[in-house]
Design a protein around this ligand. Structure first.
Ligand SMILES: *Cc1c(COP(=O)(O)O)cnc(C)c1O
Length: 344
């Protein structure tokens, strides 16, 4: 059966155009920096984000870890969201591998930190304290609903960082979704950041890979650390070829995924027993099961699967649905019909 797969945008398979480009990619040994396709991807990514350089990395998790390792020394502290991917979902890599101390700050419902909370979290110079080096924002903020942080907010955090001698890193796994939702260029949105990680492998539909961007000096150090972590890839142009199509063709179509998420949201509001969050601002729809629903999330997932729709839970009574390239209007309609039947 061909499933409508709404578990995540990471499930996106490469498009036929990507597979063709991968088959024909010019390649070389990227550890020697000899892979023309990787080099081209890195140049274009840096240019699109308005930074000096970029590095192709195997995953978003490695990209974020490299940023943390470059910005911080052992024992330094980093301000992160208590609902951020870096804090919750990267296996504690910063502590385990970098000796870096996370200082969690509460993510508000809109994905932001209160500016006063950031200020209050910066350690004062004292023999008892760590040294605060870095602030990390996440845009779009996944767990808060795929919500979008604005240009103005990012600037305000950048200003605080500069005034306090801190660096600013953006976990922009879905930064192109954020820019599309705001109708601004990615360059403008990340301008206040010293470094940004974004994923090619999510809504941009590439099979593998993420990009880390920043200054030339930052990227040089990140390249060294990537090798240390075992992320030096050889004929990686085969993968970069798909990433180039992500940047050239996929960044411009994310609005379609956002529109379909809204349609999904409107339709699900009509289904008895579902309590929807606020209207989606990007490609994610979160909702809870009402108390009257006797089925468990596992039973619902199973019954949806029988109807050709894959969905994933986000809590004991909570779901998250993610739209992407491989979910069309028909897929949305099929999903709504299936939910209607399962919860009848
Ligand atoms: C997916 C994701 C990452 C990590 O990417 P992987 O390629 O899965 O390691 C980082 N941050 C956020 C917000 C993500 O959604």
């Amino acid at each position: 059966m061909e499933y409508i797969d709404l578990r995540s945008d990471t499930v996106t398979k490469p498009t036929p155009e990507m597979r063709e480009a991968m088959a024909e990619a010019e390649v070389g040994d990227d550890v020697y920096m000899d892979d023309p396709t990787v080099n081209k991807l890195q140049e274009i990514a840096a240019e699109m984000l308005g930074k000096e350089g970029s590095l192709f990395v195997p995953s978003g998790t490695m990209g974020n870890l490299l940023a943390l390792l470059v910005h911080c020394q052992r024992g330094d502290e980093v301000i992160v969201g208590d609902k951020s991917h870096i804090y919750m979902n990267e296996a504690g890599g910063m502590s385990a591998l970098g000796g870096i101390h996370p200082h969690p700050v509460m993510n508000q419902a809109d994905g932001t930190f209160l500016l006063d909370d950031i200020l209050a979290s910066i350690q004062t110079e004292d023999v008892h304290h760590t040294i605060t080096r870095l602030v990390c924002l996440e845009n779009t903020q996944n767990v808060c609903g795929g919500v979008v942080l604005s240009v103005e907010y990012t600037r305000a955090v950048g200003k605080i960082a500069r005034e306090n001698d801190l660096s600013l890193h953006i976990d922009g796994a879905r930064i192109f979704n954020a820019a599309a939702a705001l109708d601004v260029s990615v360059k403008e949105l990340v301008e206040p950041a010293d470094s940004v990680m974004f994923c090619l492998s999510k809504g941009l539909a590439a099979p593998v890979g993420s990009m880390l961007v920043g200054t030339k000096k930052f990227i040089k150090r990140a390249r060294h650390l990537r090798k240390m972590l075992g992320g030096g890839m050889r004929q990686a142009g085969v993968l970069a070829a798909a990433g180039l199509i992500s940047l050239e063709k996929m960044t411009g179509r994310l609005g379609q995924d956002h529109a379909r998420a809204k349609n999904l949201f409107e339709g699900l509001k009509q289904v008895q027993g579902l309590k929807l969050d606020a209207s989606p601002s990007s490609n994610m729809v979160y909702f809870d099961l009402g108390d009257e629903v006797k089925l468990s999330v596992d039973q619902i997932m199973e019954q949806m699967k029988k109807r050709g729709v894959l969905v994933d839970w986000a809590g004991p009574r909570r779901f998250r649905l993610v739209t992407h390239y491989w979910v069309d209007d028909e897929g949305v309609a099929k999903t709504l019909k299936a939910f209607g039947e399962v919860l009848k």
